[in-house]
Design a protein around this ligand. Sequence first.
Ligand SMILES: [Zn+2]
Length: 344
Amino acid sequence: MTIRSPAWRRARIVTVAASCVALVALYGSRREPLQATVPQSAAAPSNSLEILEVRPTVFVIAGLGGPGGDTANVGVQAGEDGVVVVDAGSAAAAPGVLDAIKRLSQKPIRYIIDTGPDADHVGGNETIANAGEKIFAGALGGGAQNAAERVAPILAAEGVLRHMAKSPAGGWPTEVFHYSRKSMYLNGEAIEVLHQPAAHTDSDVFAFFRRSDVLFAGDVLDTRQFPVIDVERGGSIQGEIAALNRLAELAVVSVPVVTREAGTIVVPGHGRLCDQYDVVEYRDMVTIIRDRVRDLIKAGRSLSEVKAAQPAKGYMGRYGNPGGAWTTDHFIEAVYRSLAREKS
Ligand SMILES: [Zn+2]
């Protein structure tokens, strides 16, 4: 397993163990995208994970989730107070993720923040939480007295619990909130957990590490494909665009000193690291497609006619999937359905 540092920081590559999944962060000129490419599946062993040092105390664990399984990018903030994990990853990836966390820090895991309800983000909750330890008000030392204190709390928007409660699997959130922001202060920095209503689902959050200036966007941002809009679970195209707008507002680029190669780093649920420009570009793409679909609906087109008109034209090469779990047609249908729902 290798810890890589984006090239805009002085590269400090620490080899922890052998691994061959490429999560390569390159950051050249200002407009050159940060290329942290997540797994080119076929050639990579199924249990490969790689650790990327994003900022001195913030890391991303990325890779494949196990036999045939994809896992979300897992965020780790490690410091004096312990470890905060953003998304536990898939169940299959959990042992490898835990191993990677332990290589980064020997301190207890204090919190898991779920950015959404999907299995590739929450599947590892139970394993990671069980390896953690609750932090006590006013005390950081050990002294966990009972079983409930010997696990890390799992923090999520209320909807995550509602969606997960439909399945018997464990690892449900233990601290849920239904307001717009939950905040805490750990490892010398403010951490904001910001709810995004009705975007990818009804229970997405961003996790913003303010001093490190790293924003975890969850599946609101997925650089591999068009965003997944789960209309059944309360997602909507308007909420998705609103969430991308918020992301673009929260992130700051390195101006006026563009050569400094600094600025907010935005970590998507899947795919490569982004900066604010990348978020704006993605937001514009989604907005353009939404507008095209809306115009077609206004012109009285049916869903199949909308699909046939190819409203994602110009973006299909980069974000489209002809097959798989989230195809271009799935995306267009979700946009259509959420706009139609809005109208009615
Ligand atoms: Zn995901």
